[in-house]
Design a protein around this ligand. Structure first.
Ligand code: PRP
Ligand code: URA
Length: 208
C-alpha cells in the first residue's frame, strides 16, 4: 500500500467542501477543482525526478533542487481530468501531456477504451495519471496498464475523491504505485457512484 490521503491539510479539506456541495455552480466547481488539483499534484511531485542545481539570484547563488520537467508526463483520463490539466501545466510547464480516453459502460461499470495520445515508449519518464474520481478503479487500472506497456520508469496516480473499493483494486493491480488522493469515501452505490462523493465530475465540470 502506497497511498497518501491529504484531507488532513486545511486547504484541501476546505476546498473539498466546496467541490462536494451540489449547489456549487459549474464555473466555481471548475476553479475549485483546479486549485485542489494544484495542491494534490503538488504533493505527488515528491515522486518526480529531480536534480540539484545552482541559480543566480540578483544578490548571490542559491543551491536548489528542481524537477527534471522533460522526464515527466501527465496522463489525464478523459474527460473529467481535463480539469486537472491546467494546474499540472502550471506546476510543470515543460512536461508533456498524453491523453487517455476511457468511458465507463453504464451497465457493467467497466471502462471502454476509445482514445490515447501516448507515445510508443515512455522509457525514462515518470507518468502522473490524473483523474478526479477513483470509483470501482476500473478506469485507473486500465489506464495504468496501457501506460505500463510503454515501460515508464514510474507511474504515480493522482485523484481527488476515491472509494475504498477503487483504492483496493488499484493496489492489487499495481502494489508499488504511489497514489495521492484528497479524500477516500465510504462506498459505491449500485450505479457505481462514490458516496457521498460529489456526483458526476465530468457533468459538473462541463455543465452537461
Ligand atoms: C468517470 C471518472 C473516472 C471514472 C471513474 O469517468 O472521471 O474516469 O468514471 O470510475 P471507475 O473508477 O469506476 O472506472 P466516465 O467514465 O464517467 O467518463 P467521463 O469523465 O467522460 O464522464
Ligand atoms: N465518476 C464520477 O464522476 N463520479 C463518481 O462518483 C463515480 C465515477
Amino acid at each position: 500500500m502506497n497511498t497518501v490521503i491529504l484531507d488532513q491539510k486545511p486547504a484541501i479539506s476546505h476546498l473539498l467542501t466546496k467541490l462536494r456541495d451540489k449547489n456549487t455552480p459549474a464555473p466555481d466547481f471548475r476553479n475549485t477543482l483546479e486549485t485542489l488539483s494544484l495542491l494534490v499534484i503538488g504533493e505527488a511531485l515528491e515522486k518526480a525526478p529531480s536534480e540539484k542545481a545552482t541559480v543566480e539570484t540578483p544578490v548571490g547563488n542559491a543551491e536548489v533542487r528542481r524537477i527534471i520537467e522533460n522526464k515527466v508526463v501527465g496522463a489525464p483520463i478523459l474527460r473529467a481530468a481535463l480539469g486537472m490539466v491546467r494546474p499540472f501545466m502550471k506546476l510543470l510547464p515543460a512536461a508533456s501531456i498524453s491523453y487517455v480516453g476511457f468511458k465507463r459502460d453504464e451497465k457493467t461499470l467497466e471502462p471502454d477504451y476509445y482514445y490515447d495520445s501516448l507515445p510508443d515508449n515512455l522509457i525514462g519518464k515518470t507518468v502522473f495519471v490524473l483523474d478526479p474520481m477513483l470509483a470501482t478503479g476500473g478506469s485507473a487500472v486500465a489506464a495504468a496498464k496501457l501506460i505500463d506497456k510503454r515501460s515508464p520508469d514510474k507511474i504515480v496516480f493522482c485523484a481527488i475523491i476515491a472509494a475504498s473499493e477503487g483504492v483496493s483494486r488499484l493496489d492489487e493491480a499495481f502494489p508499488d504505485m504511489p497514489v495521492y488522493i484528497a479524500a477516500i469515501d465510504k462506498h459505491l452505490n449500485e450505479n457505481g457512484y462514490i458516496i457521498p462523493g460529489l456526483g458526476d465530475a465530468g457533468d459538473r465540470l462541463f455543465g452537461t
